[in-house]
Each structure stands twice: as C-alpha cells, then as structure tokens.
Design a protein around this ligand. Structure first.
Ligand code: PLP
Length: 496
C-alpha cells in the first residue's frame, strides 16, 4: 500500500486488512491456540481450523482464531465471519451466501449496502462527520423534525439522540426520575419507582438492565440501580395495583422482541395509558425493535394517524391490527432500524410536560445525533416513505406467517409484519439455527423452542418462499441432530 494517506485510495481497506493478517498474533503466556478457548453454544469450530488458517489467512477459521485472542468473550464464538452484503443477502469469508432473515437483529431495515443510504452516509462523512453537541447540524435538526412528524407528536414534543437502544432507554430512565422528582407529592412518599414487565428487554447498560427482566443478565452485576419493579406480562389487574403515587413511569414494549415476539393486547395498552395518566406516571414505549416500519406500520404502539399512517392504514386485515396502540405516549425510544445499519438511538418525548423535564446540563452524549448518524437515519426514513417498503412488509410478512403456520413442527406463529416469532414442537431451536445456517439462512432463537425472524424490510416474496421451502428439511435435520446429541451438553437458545 502506498503510504500517502492524504488521498482517497479505493482499495485501501482491502490492503489494510491484508497487512493485518501478516501481523503476529498477540503472544499470551501460553502457546497460541488457533481454534480459540471460547466456550460456545453456537456452532462447533469445524475441523482443521489451524491448517486452514495457515493455508489461507482470509478464511473464516483464520479470522475466528484471531477473534478468540482479541475480542472479549461476551458473544461466545461468532457463527460466521461476514465480509459483504447486498440487499437481504450476505457472504461470509469463505464465499458462502446467506439469506439474512435476522437483519442484524431488526437493524438492517433496508438490507445491506443500500445504495441510497450508502451515498448519503458517504457524502455526509466527506462533508462533516462529527461535531460535538456544543454545535448542531442540519441533518440532526431535520431528523428530529421528521421523527416528530412520523410520531404525530403534539406541539412541544422533542427528541434526544443517542447511539443505541440501551442509551435511548437510559435517557428514558433519567426522564422518569426527573418526572418523579418534579411530581412527588409534598411531604408524601417519593415518586421514583419504574414499572417494567416480566420478559422485558431494554438493554444491557446498568439502567436499561435494571428494567430488563432476565435474571441471567442481571444477577452477575447486582446490585441493580434501585426502584425498578417487574410485574406480570399483559395483566391489567397487576398493573392497576402496582401503579400508585410512588410510580414515576411504566415502560412497555408493545411487542416483546427478545422474549420471542409477544404482543401486549390492545386492552392492556389502552389500560396502561389510562392507569398511568390517572396516577400521574409517565407511559414510555420501548419501540427500539418494533419501530421504523418493522411491523408494517411506522410504529407498533402509536396509532396510525396523519403522517403516521401507512398506505393501507385502515386495512383491518393486516396482522398489526391485532395489537393496540396508545393514543399518545409520554415518550418513545427508538434505535435498531432507525439508522438502516448505522448506530443511532432516539428518545422522543410527547408534549411540553415530558419534553421539558431534562434541562441544560442534565443529560448528554458525545456521539449522539452526530451528522453522519442522523444523515443515515434521514436517508433510511426517506426510502421507507418514498417507496413501497411498508406495504412490502405487510405483504411478505403475511406470506411468511401463512407459510409458517402450514409447516409441520411449527406450533404458534406470532407475526407482526416482518417481526415474527414461532414456536417449535420440540426444544431444538439452537439446532434449527445451526442447520438453517448450513442451509444458507440466518435466523435466531430467542428461546429453546422459539425462532425469531426480523429480516430486512425489503425482503422479497421469492426470498421468503425460499426459506419456507427449505424449512421442513431444516427442521428434520435439526431434530436428527438433537437426537444424536442427546446426553451431550444441552444447548440453550441465545438472545442478544
Ligand atoms: C435491542 C433492544 C434494546 C437494546 O438496544 P441496544 O442497541 O442493543 O442497546 C432495547 N430495547 C429493545 C426492545 C430492544 O429490542
């Protein structure tokens, strides 16, 4: 590679990576292990990893060997090393093609390497990449305005930009505490409790984790930030009795994604709005996974009105009609699909009350809302708005829903646009994920018997049918593999 880094060099990345493979692996105290010590519930390392690594330094196994020496083990061993994507397809380091039915966990809304998003991001980065929040930029302001319009947010509503779902929820956590401080009764008990639901997933940072229900995620890091109470899922009576004048906020996912795509009922959402309003608590919707067109509507839990309405907003037959919505929440958190693959999160506050709770100096971020991230989101929203993406989500989602329901070995199907969970008749979800990968499909198991799909919103009907055609074979192979493995270490479903 030429050393002149002051000029554009189209092949520079390829050369940087090639140069890196020539580097000696970092020496640890013992001998270097090429296959890596990380224990995994994912696929077993194929045989001959070290031989491949020596023969071909760009092979998947060579990269995974290096991964195990340089990346923290929190994700286990990655399933594959991915090098390239196009639309709903990705390719691994060994040249194998996959249909990506997980979309980076509901992130790659427009698939991989979308030309419009790519060009907008590149031109913004080449113009002005980052400024601190001592300054603002046109893309930041335009995106905030766009989001408020899409949310049909009332006058006085505002946006705070973060970099991830967890960070958006951290902001929501602070919003709840600020609300509680401002609205605690004189001389009465402090209003500082946050109510979340059993099965909830709100992220992995400490505040977000405190609102996340899963013991295995929480317990190693206790004590949690105090004041979060988890109550039964979709149980109006439990909510009614939990929400009193000590409650600052209730946080809900309209559809619990990590818990296996489980919707709250329309009645529950409406009751949650009524109960929180009466008690003076905030109602916060976590739409990190369900927002930005995922369900075939812009948002899962906000009503389809005005700018928020999709092309067929009144079509009662769409699967989205099965869940309800909140007339106006007090806040909504967004992330995953918002940047079309570029990291960005947002907290939208509805109306002047919630929007004025956090004042200058009370919250902040270095990266949040930077020009490139907000340009990526503007581009993503523009493509969804100006093409038939939402309609496609409803149509292809229905194809998958019907096809899955007709597949032997599939029990319940919970499909909301292209956010789909389905249960298997046996706890073999981990094997199904593995066999699907071998067959060229990326899917996910949020539980031992549950599969989740969250493909790019641009998935075609033909691609959906490809998966449906392969699924019976994948399920049969997985059942065989599970039987063969009986007595061996039991595998568990992984979620993120
Ligand atoms: C993924 C997710 C989060 C966390 O988002 P990160 O970007 O991983 O921090 C929070 N809430 C919900 C509902 C999610 O699905």
């Amino acid at each position: 590679m030429t050393d002149d880094v002051s000029k554009p060099q189209p092949d520079a990345l390829v050369q940087l990576l090639a140069a890196s493979s020539a580097l000696e692996p970092v020496q640890t105290t013992g001998p270097v292990q090429t296959t890596g010590p990380v224990q995994t519930t994912g696929p077993v390392q194929p045989e001959g990893a070290s031989t491949n690594a020596a023969a071909n330094p760009t092979a998947g196994n060579a990269w995974l060997g290096r991964y195990s020496h340089s990346l923290m083990g929190v994700f286990g061993t990655p399933q594959r090393v991915l090098v390239r994507g196009n639309g709903a397809l990705v390719w691994d380091a060994d040249g194998k093609e996959y249909l990506d039915l997980l979309g980076g966990i509901a992130v790659n809304a427009l698939g991989h390497a979308h030309p419009f998003v790519t060009s907008v991001v590149a031109s913004q980065l080449a113009t002005l990449g980052h400024v601190s929040n001592f300054f603002t930029s046109p893309t930041q302001i335009a995106l905030a305005e766009r989001l408020l319009a899409l949310c049909a947010a009332p006058k006085g509503s505002k946006v705070f930009f973060a970099n991830s779902g967890a960070e958006a929820n951290e902001a929501a956590f602070k919003l709840a505490r600020a609300h509680g401080k401002k609205h605690s009764p004189e001389g009465g008990p402090a209003r500082n409790t946050i109510i979340a639901l059993e099965g909830a997933f709100h992220g992995r940072t400490m505040g977000a984790l405190a609102m996340t229900a899963k013991q295995a995620y929480r317990e190693p890091f206790e004590p949690m930030p105090p004041g979060v109470l988890h109550i039964a899922f979709n149980d109006i009576a439990a909510l009614q009795s939990a929400v009193d004048e000590t409650v600052a906020a209730v946080i809900l996912e309209p559809i619990q994604g990590e818990a296996g795509v489980r919707p709250l009922s329309a009645e529950y959402l409406q009751a949650a709005r009524d109960i929180t309003r009466r008690a003076g608590a905030l109602l916060i919707l976590d739409e990190v996974q369900t927002g930005i067109g995922r369900t075939g509507e812009w948002f899962a839990g906000i009503p389809k009105t005005g700018a928020n309405a999709g092309p067929n907003a009144s079509d009662a037959s769409d699967s989205r009609a099965a869940i309800g919505s909140v007339d106006v929440p007090d806040a909504v958190t967004l992330a995953k699909g918002l940047g079309g693959g570029f990291p960005i999160g947002a907290l939208v506050t509805f109306g002047a009350g919630p929007s004025e709770l956090l004042s200058a100096g009370q919250h902040g971020t270095t990266f949040g809302g930077n020009p490139v991230a907000t340009a990526a989101a503007l581009a993503t929203l523009h493509v969804i708005e100006s093409t038939d993406v939402l309609e496609n989500v409803r149509r292809v989602g229905a194809v998958l829903r019907q096809g899955l329901a007709a597949t032997k070995g599939v029990m319940e199907v919970r499909a909301f646009g292209l956010l789909i969970g389905f249960d298997l008749d046996h706890p073999i979800a981990a094997e199904v994920v593995r066999m699907a990968l071998d067959a060229g499909f990326i899917i996910n198991s949020p539980g031992p018997s549950t599969i989740r799909l969250a493909p790019p919103l641009i998935l075609t009907e033909a691609q959906a049918n490809q998966f449906l055609a392969a699924l019976p074979g994948i399920l049969a192979q997985a059942a065989q593999a599970a039987q063969a493995a009986q007595g061996a270490t039991s595998t568990k479903g992984e979620s993120s």
